[in-house]
Design a protein around this ligand. Structure first.
Ligand SMILES: O=P(O)(O)OC[C@H]1O[C@](O)(CO)[C@@H](O)[C@@H]1O
Length: 370
């Protein structure tokens, strides 16, 4: 029996979590604050200072989700941010951004997505039509080649994450960036989809280009009869900059020029913005996911939540680390944080030697099945 490694912490010198808090968050806070008034900008700056040098403050008494966060606290309130688990602290930081910009408070900013100015240009990009040219050429039959194409697009759509672009120079359209799948278990996904069309759940990640690629995957599974219904789970509120919310799904469908298929249900759950991993899934959400034949888990953050945001040895088998959802689960992810499992030692050795930032650069993808 392997020992479960420790959780990654915010303040560890030389580790990615610290870089996110100390380098990425200051840029993010500055950018988010631009359209707001002095009060919101001051609250954002105070949040940044607190997160860099202070202790974690509880949500204000009027927060609508105070009870949720008190339940998710796990002893973090009142402790230094630096000592908190990275997953917990990063999630709470995004929740506190919403507080700083009065997202939940009656007034002019209530319900206004603070990341909207960063999300909008992606769908407005005229190059998108050209970039989606391949969709028209997808096979009408459920071929392995067709599945490989839509799966790979969904994986590398994840590279187009806005929060990530603030830090890493790689962009989705950088022709120099290779699309390298470090693990490709698309054949196991095909097997999990089974011989008869079944229900597929997609736990989505980012809006914009990534969500477009996810919708292409979903439409193709339905069109070819590999699925007979699909549930898209999205975030209930703005989160991690570009994470998809219900209104982002509407915008993506409009951009694709294709209404959502009647066999697609869009759902959300408070737990998707919780600071906990999939082993803490509440019973109702767990039952919802398990009612599908396959659960597709998109993106880096969901990967961290699926395997646990821990200092895993990268050769740990994926089924050992990934939470048991009671049904086959497929992770589609580009590597944008230090957590990775299921790799061959030879691959780890090559990447360690050739690319010091391979774990976080977003250049490498995974298709892993449990
Ligand atoms: O949008 P994704 O793929 O979940 O990526 C989000 C990732 O970006 C970061 O917030 C910063 O790189 C990671 O901590 C996080 O896991």
């Amino acid at each position: 029996m392997r020992n479960t490694p420790g959780e990654l912490l915010v303040g560890t010198e030389g580790r990615y979590a610290r870089e996110v808090f100390h380098q990425r968050h200051p840029t993010l806070v500055e950018q988010v604050g631009r359209p707001y008034g002095a009060a919101q900008r001051a609250a954002l700056r105070a949040l940044l200072d607190e997160s860099l040098t202070g202790v974690i403050q509880r949500l204000p008494g009027d927060a609508p989700d105070l009870a949720d966060w008190d339940a998710w606290d796990r002893g973090q309130f009142g402790r230094p941010w630096a000592d908190a688990p990275f997953l917990w602290a990063e999630s709470y930081f995004y929740r506190r951004i919403l507080d700083a910009v009065d997202y939940f408070r009656p007034g002019p900013w209530q319900g206004v997505d603070p990341f909207r100015p960063m999300k909008e240009p992606e769908l407005a990009d005229l190059a998108l039509d050209r970039d989606l040219g391949w969709v028209a050429a997808l096979p009408a039959e459920p071929t392995d080649a067709g599945l490989a194409t839509v799966v790979k697009a969904a994986v590398f759509g994840n590279r187009a994450d806005l929060s990530f672009r603030m830090q890493e120079p790689v962009s989705a359209d950088d022709p120099a960036a290779p699309d390298e799948l470090l693990v490709d278990e698309t054949a196991a996904l095909r097997a999990a989809l089974g011989a008869r069309p079944g229900a597929v759940c997609v736990v989505t990640d980012n809006a914009g280009r990534e969500l477009l690629a996810d919708l292409v995957l979903v439409n193709w599974l339905l069109d070819t009869g590999l699925a007979d219904r699909v549930t898209l789970h999205v975030k209930p509120a703005p989160y991690y900059v570009s994470d998809a919310t219900p209104s982002d799904v509407e915008a993506a469908c409009a951009r694709l020029g294709r209404a959502l298929d009647s066999r697609v249900a869009v759902r959300t759950h408070a737990f998707w913005c919780a600071p906990l991993d999939f082993r803490a899934l509440p019973a109702d959400l767990s039952a919802d996911l398990a009612a599908h034949g396959v659960v597709v888990v998109k993106g880096d953050l969901n990967y961290r939540r699926l395997v646990g945001d821990r200092d895993w040895d990268p050769v740990t088998p994926f089924p050992v680390a990934a939470a048991d959802l009671g049904v086959p689960v497929v992770a589609l992810r580009t590597c944008k944080s230090e957590v990775v499992v299921g790799l061959r030692q030879s691959i780890v050795d090559r990447l360690d030697a050739d690319e010091p930032r391979w774990r976080v650069s977003g250049r490498h993808g995974l298709v892993q099945v449990r």
